[in-house]
Design a protein around this ligand. Structure first.
Ligand SMILES: [Fe+2]
Ligand SMILES: [Fe+2]
Length: 334
């Protein structure tokens, strides 16, 4: 097998079961990094969260922040998992990239599991949490935006053999990796980590830190995948397609700001919706640049504590103690 003949999509000369020799070392590295981050939501003690939730420790506004974010994340995680399995996986013709997708799909299942565990621990109304994406307009709009991208690729006869088909595929990758996991998750991360910083619902805060750590790798894999797809198929990255992607990201920014407004109708925790105009713009600019599009918002982050390095390699130190702790969390017992 000639490694150089491996291609991310539409590969005709190397079969997809031949992992080695590797061509896309980045995909393998993301896979190994993901495997080093094993964790289970049920390992996080919830007693303090339960006490705080059941007493009047949180204000109604703080409870709303928590509930809306549980509502969004509980189903968003499965949308991402489903998109990998139903839309992305079959069109990726490379073994090392598929290896990563298998790992990521498992992590998305762990993330969905987290919300099951939180609902059970706090005795929340599961219907209310898991049905919120049908009930709350700003959540519904973000999810509908994503589900449309999955459906486009599930149409009968969809194929990546044409320029148009490949552009639809790339749009799906940008919609999920850059927008869903790279923008739509970040207001929620900032809100829940704000609660945690004030010693509120710290078990959930810790679970969100684990999710954020996983999502940082998902985002970085997605960006490598997107940029490789562009390099191998330069004909799809036309000026008009770039404009379409730029517009799509700008539309997503508005959806995300509307979501933040819905979570923070009055402002709480030192947070208010106007800070999220800046934060979402700041995040979006960083994503735009990484896929070769122009910055648009030029905002400073209002949450420097979110750590500028949170989705970069430096982030590893931040989590170092836990990474070690979870590296081999369970031994075999017969
Ligand atoms: Fe996730
Ligand atoms: Fe993810």
């Amino acid at each position: 097998m000639n490694t150089n003949q491996k291609r991310i999509v539409n590969c005709k000369s190397v079969d997809v079961n031949q992992l080695m020799p590797l061509k896309y070392h980045w995909a393998w590295e993301h896979y190994i990094n993901g495997c080093h981050n094993n964790w289970m939501p049920t390992e996080v003690p919830m007693q303090k969260d339960i006490e705080q939730w059941k007493s009047n420790f949180l204000t109604p506004d703080e409870r709303l922040v928590l509930m809306r974010n549980l509502g969004f994340f509980s189903t968003a995680e499965s949308l991402v998992g489903n998109n990998i399995v139903l839309a992305i996986f079959k069109f990726i013709t490379n073994a090392e990239a598929r290896q990563y997708l298998l790992r990521q799909a498992f992590e998305e299942a762990i993330h969905t599991h987290t919300f099951h565990y939180i609902v059970e621990s706090l005795s929340l109304n599961s219907h209310e949490v898991f049905n919120m994406y049908h009930e709350i307009n700003s959540i519904h709009k973000k999810d509908a935006f994503e589900m449309k991208l999955t459906e486009e690729m599930m149409q009968d006869g969809f194929s990546t053999s044409t320029t148009k088909g490949l552009q639809t595929f790339l749009k799906n990758l940008i919609g999920f990796y850059v927008i869903m996991e790279g923008i739509f998750f970040y207001s929620g991360f900032a809100m829940i980590l704000s609660l945690q910083r004030q010693n509120k619902m710290t078990g959930i805060g810790e679970q969100f830190q684990y999710i954020l750590r996983d999502e940082s790798i998902h985002l970085n894999f997605g960006i490598d995948l997107i940029n490789t797809l562009k390099e191998e198929n330069p004909e799809i990255w036309t000026v008009s397609f770039q404009k379409e992607m730029q517009d799509m990201i700008e539309e997503a920014v508005l959806l995300e700001i509307a979501y933040a407004e819905d979570c923070l109708p009055r402002g709480t925790l030192g947070l208010n919706a106007s800070l999220f105009h800046d934060y979402v713009g700041y995040i979006a600019d960083r994503r735009l640049e990484r896929i070769g599009l122009k910055k648009r918002y030029f905002k400073a982050s209002p949450f420097p504590w979110m750590s500028e390095c949170i989705d970069l390699e430096k982030e590893k130190n931040f989590f170092e103690t836990r990474v070690t702790q979870y590296q081999s969390s369970s031994a075999l017992v017969w």
